[in-house]
Ligand binder design. Sequence first.
Ligand SMILES: NC(=O)c1ccc[n+]([C@@H]2O[C@H](COP(=O)([O-])OP(=O)(O)OC[C@H]3O[C@@H](n4cnc5c(N)ncnc54)[C@H](OP(=O)(O)O)[C@@H]3O)[C@@H](O)[C@H]2O)c1
Length: 220
Amino acid sequence: MSRPELRLVLAISLDGRLAPAEGGAAQIGGRGDRQVLEEALAWADAVLLGAQTLRLHGSTCLIHRPELLEQRRAAGRRLQPLAIVVSRSGAIPAELPFFRQPLRRGLLLLATPSPPEADQAPPGFDHRWGCANWGDALAALQAAGVERLGVLGGASLAASLLAENLVDELQLTLCPRLLGGPHSWLPASAGVDLASQGGWHLREQRALEGEELLLRYRRS
Ligand SMILES: NC(=O)c1ccc[n+]([C@@H]2O[C@H](COP(=O)([O-])OP(=O)(O)OC[C@H]3O[C@@H](n4cnc5c(N)ncnc54)[C@H](OP(=O)(O)O)[C@@H]3O)[C@@H](O)[C@H]2O)c1
């Protein structure tokens, strides 16, 4: 594969929402989801975060489980995956707790007219990329050593990758709640041409704590 492998990782309600009707910083998943989220982080060399998710939550998820940290240490990998914020504006508030988390940070400015705008972003990023499109961005990340890329949402980031058929695996935690409202994990407004895309094969199903269910599907 001439780009990193992409795994989209989301916690969703039974009615397919990734946030409650009122929006804001969503906490859909419980302990079961936390477990498989950390497993996905342990798999990843880097993760992508939509800038709005970061602005709402202030920080990103870390691997805490000792056995997962030990596996990464034993494999000579950094303890936490590189956390890459995806943005057009570069408007990432410098005071976010994210900038004090014990990890390496990247900023990916996508579809900006002039990539040097990255210089206007806060100084807490270890890596910066300015790319015209996803093809260039994924090539740049691979050149930087990223072979396994987790995509942690939100919906507009996920939709932009799905629209270009770039997601290889879906890792969904189905959480036993109904949320209603407009925040589907693949919004109708995303303009994704689903008809042109193939189906998905079930790779794993696992009952989790709290009556949550892990579903992993691989692109056909
Ligand atoms: N349940 C879950 O697992 C889960 C996971 C993550 C998030 N969430 C929830 O999802 C909601 C946020 O989702 P969202 O869809 O509003 O926002 P989002 O996808 O997190 O972030 C959107 C922002 O990311 C940047 N962006 C996204 N795609 C881009 C692209 N292709 N090119 C350039 N920049 C791009 C832009 O940043 P700029 O504005 O800086 O230009 C855009 O405004 C929150 O409620 C959050 O809690 C839930």
